[in-house]
Design a protein around this ligand. Structure first.
Ligand SMILES: Cc1cc2nc3c(=O)[nH]c(=O)nc-3n(C[C@H](O)[C@H](O)[C@H](O)COP(=O)(O)OP(=O)(O)OC[C@H]3O[C@@H](n4cnc5c(N)ncnc54)[C@H](O)[C@@H]3O)c2cc1C
Ligand SMILES: *[C@@H]1O[C@H](CO)[C@@H](O)[C@H](O)[C@H]1NC(C)=O
Ligand SMILES: *[C@@H]1O[C@H](CO)[C@@H](O)[C@H](O)[C@H]1NC(C)=O
Ligand SMILES: *[C@@H]1O[C@H](CO)[C@@H](O)[C@H](O)[C@H]1NC(C)=O
Ligand SMILES: *[C@@H]1O[C@H](CO)[C@@H](O)[C@H](O)[C@H]1NC(C)=O
Ligand SMILES: *[C@@H]1O[C@H](CO)[C@@H](O)[C@H](O)[C@H]1NC(C)=O
Ligand SMILES: *[C@@H]1O[C@H](CO)[C@@H](O)[C@H](O)[C@H]1NC(C)=O
Ligand SMILES: *[C@@H]1O[C@H](CO)[C@@H](O)[C@H](O)[C@H]1NC(C)=O
Ligand SMILES: *[C@@H]1O[C@H](CO)[C@@H](O)[C@H](O)[C@H]1NC(C)=O
Ligand SMILES: *[C@@H]1O[C@H](CO)[C@@H](O)[C@H](O)[C@H]1NC(C)=O
Ligand SMILES: *[C@@H]1O[C@H](CO)[C@@H](O)[C@H](O)[C@H]1NC(C)=O
Ligand SMILES: *[C@@H]1O[C@H](CO)[C@@H](O)[C@H](O)[C@H]1NC(C)=O
Length: 593
């Protein structure tokens, strides 16, 4: 005899008939009517849905087409995903509901084409209360329904969606509080963490930066205003341009509140559930429970130096490679001075909260400036009064319309030692030259630069050494300098053969960069190639076994399971549940060793 739960599970997989309408109605009642059927974002533009005729909604369609690449539009929608790999079924080009994103506004679907569900969850609960989450976990356990947590929808890794799932949409959990000296909850003594902001999980990074600024503080956040500051970003690591001086999001978080899969609301900090606190500081989103809020330490507002250096777009690939080599030569010195930002084939944008002297900033950037001016480019180096000014002037303008594409990233933490001598720098340059043969143009090179606590002063070394043992990100973070690799966009309507070609080339590059950076390198779960083969070691290094123990302790029934999240098994790759990723993975693994 099978245990009852196994029978339920099997029949869900084959037919989806294990939950009756009454079951769903009961769930809806227990979440106060917050259960909804989810349809793909672009459905209003289509006249056929899952093969059945539907009525086109011309007004909604016009709005969707106009806003197709608008990050905020997607982040605020319950069926909005910034990267299209999260809403399409990657392994089945017919199973998607995507518009032609090569034109603006996005294209009208051709007559006769059908909008199919792809990997968009079937239903969602728009979470407003803790009891909504508790009901969802209980329902998932009884009915073996796959659960997924969706917040801002920024994920690159498809962890925020899942075919046939029930989504917990947590983006409506709002609220922020400033603390001059935050007292950890539930501690016997009076233990405080200093200046901090408590941020509910649905709040966007841009809002936190403004709120912190109203309290003369700087929030150390990601490079996109719409990322959820207390969501997947911090749970996976949380990189910021200010990280060289101030660390990662996980180095700065003081406390979480979370509902674990057993339905218990827990306060988690170094004194309450320290094992879970460690796991939440890098183990990844969607894995250990539903985070309600995080309290992040903030810095006092202070001037920030900025360098924005641009090369003309008509430079040759050789010039782009020389430019990348120059940045590689200068980067260790920049990092130790506190600079962090992006190094790209045609530009660099760097910021530094430790330098407020303009002359010093200009000297730091003088070689890069000379190079840019010599090839007809531009250089602006300035000191702005606070980080909010930097954010408004440099980050926001380029961060509003970058979505609605199939965009893949695969950076690899490159050890500092590679940047310490000419040989190491030469190996980076050779890597960038060699991947041209695989279709990667050095002019499109893009690399986040500046890992936590690279800044060379006594207090940052101390902070780094303390952080190293307390977070669960790959410890390579604390000895690296660049996030080396490149990105790739795949055409919205690529055939399976084209997708396989693109992903195989991309995964080949992932393997090459692993070779280059070696054991001392590492990956980052929030910005990773979905098809990374040795993902456990790559993203978590030695921390994986302990993360798995914490997963087993708090989620023994695996109510939360996402693609290559802690607890994901090799056998899941070929499962029905993950077939949107699994078929491509199998075929890539067949080509690459
Ligand atoms: C344009 C863009 C810019 C980016 N810039 C940066 C950057 O500067 N630095 C950086 O480090 N990363 C950056 N990222 C990557 C980013 O960190 C990840 O996409 C991250 O997963 C986003 O988390 P989210 O909660 O906002 O998004 P979602 O896609 O909604 O969620 C991501 C993951 O976290 C889980 N999750 C979300 N909320 C919760 C919760 N409350 N409880 C439990 N699990 C939850 C989800 O289940 C999912 O697994 C960027 C991504 C994009 C698209
Ligand atoms: C849940 O209940 C609300 C309020 O009664 C209703 O609007 C909604 O359609 C219901 N959801 C489903 C999936 O039936
Ligand atoms: C979408 O596009 C329309 C038309 O360009 C615009 O008026 C609207 O503000 C945009 N944003 C959202 C969120 O709808
Ligand atoms: C805790 O310590 C802080 C700083 O030392 C102090 O301001 C606060 O009053 C103390 N709170 C309690 C409850 O003792
Ligand atoms: C912020 O700093 C300014 C100038 O130092 C001061 O006038 C203001 O009161 C401060 N505001 C807060 C909320 O601390
Ligand atoms: C070192 O850097 C930290 C930020 O990481 C800063 O707060 C501190 O003032 C710096 N200390 C010295 C001695 O420069
Ligand atoms: C490239 O662009 C720059 C700046 O726009 C211009 O000065 C230069 O003449 C161009 N060079 C070539 C070879 O087209
Ligand atoms: C800025 O730095 C330069 C060079 O180190 C120094 O000469 C100058 O006095 C500094 N200016 C200020 C205002 O500190
Ligand atoms: C500029 O480059 C030269 C040659 O690589 C190097 O010696 C010098 O230190 C650099 N200057 C700065 C300010 O980094
Ligand atoms: C994909 O769409 C483009 C228009 O954006 C079109 O030119 C091309 O033929 C389409 N490719 C396939 C395989 O359908
Ligand atoms: C991706 O596939 C397209 C064809 O769809 C091809 O033109 C392009 O070169 C490929 N890119 C890579 C990096 O494989
Ligand atoms: C992977 O890249 C290497 C180096 O460019 C190349 O020799 C090899 O053929 C590629 N493998 C595949 C399967 O494309």
């Amino acid at each position: 005899m099978f245990p009852v739960s196994l029978i339920v599970c099997i029949s869900w997989v084959v037919g989806g008939i294990c939950q009756t309408d009454q079951d769903w109605t009961a769930l809806n009642g227990s979440v106060n009517g917050r259960l909804h059927v989810t349809t793909p974002l672009a459905l209003p533009c289509y006249s056929s849905y899952n093969g059945k005729p539907v009525v086109v909604d011309a007004d909604s369609c016009a709005l969707i087409r106009a806003n197709y690449t608008d990050n905020e539009f997607r982040a605020e929608s319950p069926s909005g995903y910034l990267n299209l790999q999260d809403e399409m079924c990657l392994s089945d080009p017919d199973d998607q509901c995507i518009l032609d994103n090569s034109v603006s506004p996005a294209g009208q679907p051709s007559p006769g084409s059908s909008c199919n569900q792809g990997s968009v969850p079937s239903r969602r609960i728009e979470v407003e209360e803790v009891s909504d989450i508790i009901s969802a976990f209980a329902f998932a356990k009884t009915h073996a329904v796959p659960l997924v947590i969706k917040n801002s929808g920024h994920d690159f890794l498809t962890r925020n969606s899942q075919k046939g799932s029930l989504a917990l949409w947590v983006h409506k959990l709002r609220g922020m509080e400033f603390h001059a000296d935050f007292a950890l909850e539930g501690c016997a003594g009076n233990i405080t963490a200093g200046r901090a902001v408590t941020v509910a999980t649905g709040v966007s990074t841009g809002e936190v930066i403004e709120f912190a600024s109203e309290h003369n503080s700087t929030f150390v956040g990601g490079y996109s205003p719409t990322i959820a500051a207390s969501g997947g970003w911090v749970l996976g690591g949380g990189h910021s341009v200010l990280s060289p001086a101030f660390g990662l999001g996980v180095d700065r978080v003081a406390q979480f509140k979370i509902v674990t899969p057993d339905g218990v609301l827990r306060v988690v900090n170094p004194y309450q559930h320290p094992d879970l606190f460690w796991a939440l500081r890098g183990g990844g989103g969607g894995t250990f429970g539903v985070v309600l809020e995080a309290t992040h330490r903030v810095e006092k507002s202070a001037p920030v130096a900025v360098a924005n250096i641009q090369l003309p777009s008509n430079i040759t690939t050789e010039t782009a490679i020389e430019w990348i080599a120059l940045m590689a030569r200068e980067s260790l010195s920049w990092g130790t001075q506190g600079w962090g930002g992006h190094a790209a084939g045609l530009y660099l944008t760097h910021m530094n909260p430790l330098v407020s002297n303009l002359t010093e900033a200009e000297v730091s950037m003088s070689n890069a400036t000379s190079f840019a001016l010599a090839v007809g480019g531009t250089s602006v180096v300035e000191v702005l009064p606070d980080f909010l000014s930097v954010w408004n002037k440099y980050v926001l303008p380029g961060a509003t319309h970058t979505s609605g594409t199939v965009r893949m990233v695969s950076p690899r933490l490159a050890p500092r030692k590679l940047f310490e001598n000419a040989e190491g720098i030469q190996s980076i340059v050779e890597f960038i030259s060699s991947i041209q043969d695989l279709g990667f143009d050095p002019r499109k090179f893009y690399c986040p630069v500046g890992t936590p606590f690279v800044a060379d002063n006594a207090s940052s070394h101390e902070a780094r050494d303390v952080a190293r043992g307390q977070t669960s990100v790959n410890s390579a973070w604390y000895d690296a300098l660049w996030f080396l690799s490149t990105g790739m966009s795949v055409s919205w309507n690529a055939s399976y053969a084209e997708r396989l070609l693109n992903m195989t080339a991309f995964t080949n590059v992932t393997l090459l960069v692993e070779d280059l950076t070696g054991e001392a390198g590492g990956g980052y779960t929030n910005e990773a190639n979905i098809f990374t083969q040795n993902w456990r070691e790559s993203w978590w290094g030695d921390n994986y076994p302990r993360l798995l123990e914490v997963k087993q302790k708090y989620d023994p029934d695996r109510l939360l399971k996402c693609w290559k999240c802690v607890g994901f098994e090799d056998s899941d790759i070929s499962s029905e549940r993950f077939r949107c990723q699994g078929k491509l993975q199998g075929d890539i693994d067949g080509v690459l060793p």
